[in-house]
Design a protein around this ligand. Structure first.
Ligand SMILES: Cc1cc2nc3c(=O)[nH]c(=O)nc-3n(C[C@H](O)[C@H](O)[C@H](O)COP(=O)(O)OP(=O)(O)OC[C@H]3O[C@@H](n4cnc5c(N)ncnc54)[C@H](O)[C@@H]3O)c2cc1C
Length: 359
């Protein structure tokens, strides 16, 4: 692209759209963000929001996640009001062989991971009722208050001239030949040099209006939240039956794992069971009171990896849809801006283009 200051329409004001808007506006684009709801996202506020490059992923994806973790640290300097903490993660939700492999592989890849025994686990998290005999600890992991972070990024984008239009739905993309030229919205047509689609779970329907296939699953994830309480957790805890963390305001957020529990047929009953588990795992946990629970739908491409880049045979359109969007958001925003404004696609994105679904 020769135009260094293109008009870019970002569809979706969750953490991904907000981050893309921030980096694009920072780097000179004229940005409009449009969202059918209020700013801050749909999956985003329902997220556990663990920032990690933890076990279970191949090395290329590990490297993208690790770069995103580094970008969160840079962002925390640029935007000091981001509510982010790198409080470390204590993890023992895997068997002994998998734990050995995790320590070996991620250690070799440069992750700041180490094995801890029961007494060190108890020192790290003194309120655990039954500290594990063996666990791994990663000091560089953290969490962010996800909706607040998205709002913060949008405000920073607005300070750079971006416009945020809330409460206006996109009905479809405007396609002329092979080129996407904008979007048809409830408020009329919006034309742009580029459209960046970051509408989370709603993205496949919007992409389809330009003939683009985006296979996505949206598994539900239920998380419980306590009322604010004095500090019981220092960092993130990933135990076999429960993942939990304490927010800046003192709420403990927990689910069967970070992706949340399956709400089953009775979400209230599931939430009560998760909360009882949480209480049993912490000394003093009986004093915790449940504030509520939420069920979010995790925008998860069918192969589990992010979709980021231009679809096959369509110019003017760029897609950014993924799970682990909290971890990945700042890297995705920076890389999207580099690609859209300078034509450079970062090598870390190589496996993740949407064209992999259009052979
Ligand atoms: C229970 C749960 C736990 C999770 N845990 C983690 C975790 O620990 N770590 C991690 O990294 N990730 C986690 N995730 C995943 C992460 O939250 C998501 O990947 C991320 O929030 C996706 O952000 P998004 O901006 O793409 O989507 P969203 O936040 O859903 O935002 C999309 C936006 O698009 C808007 N939109 C939709 N349709 C239209 C339309 N037609 N027109 C205009 N706007 C539209 C919506 O209103 C919404 O604001 C979790 C998710 C859930 C649900």
């Amino acid at each position: 692209m020769t135009n260094k200051n293109p008009d870019i329409l970002v569809i979706g004001a969750g953490i991904i759209g907000a981050s893309c808007a921030y980096y694009l506006a920072r780097d000179g684009a004229r940005v409009t963000v449009i969202d059918s709801g209020g700013p801050g996202g749909v999956a985003t506020p329902a997220s556990f929001a663990w920032i990690n490059a933890s076990w279970g992923n191949p090395q290329p994806y590990f490297r993208l996640r690790r770069e995103a973790m580094a970008e969160w640290r840079r962002l925390a300097v640029a935007l000091p009001n981001l509510r982010i903490s790198f409080s470390g993660g204590l993890c023992w939700d895997l068997g002994p062989d998998d734990m050995d492999a995790y320590l070996r592989d991620h250690g070799a890849w440069g992750y700041g991971i180490r094995r801890v025994n029961r007494s060190e686990a108890a020192r790290l998290e003194p309120r655990l009722a039954d500290p594990p005999a063996a666990a791994v600890y990663v000091a560089e992991e953290g969490a962010v208050e996800p909706r607040a972070a998205a709002l913060n990024l949008l405000s920073a984008a607005e300070r750079q001239g971006a416009r945020v239009v809330a409460g206006t739905a996109v009905r479809g993309l405007i396609l002329r030949g092979d080129r996407v030229e904008g979007a048809l919205t409830d408020g009329g047509e919006i034309h742009a040099d580029e459209v960046l689609l970051a509408a989370g779970a709603a993205s496949p329907g919007i992409a389809a209006t330009a003939g683009v296939t985006l296979p996505l699953t949206t598994p539900p994830g239920l998380l419980v939240s306590s009322r604010p309480h004095e500090r019981l957790l220092n960092g993130l805890v990933m135990a076999p039956d429960l993942h939990m963390r304490q927010t800046a305001e003192g709420r403990i957020v927990a689910g069967a794992d970070f992706g949340g529990s399956n709400p089953q047929t009775d979400a209230d009953a599931t939430a009560r069971a998760v909360f009882a588990m949480l209480q049993s795992m912490l000394a003093g946990g009986a004093r915790l009171e449940m504030e509520g629970h939420s069920t979010g739908y995790r925008p998860t491409p069918v192969d589990g990896f992010p979709v980021i880049g231009r679809p096959k045979d369509r110019s003017g359109l760029y897609i950014a849809v993924m799970h682990s969007g909290i971890t990945l958001a700042p890297a995705i925003g920076r890389f999207a801006a580099e690609e859209l404004l300078r034509g450079r696609r970062d090598r870390l994105l190589a496996p993740y283009g949407p064209a992999r679904f259009s052979p």
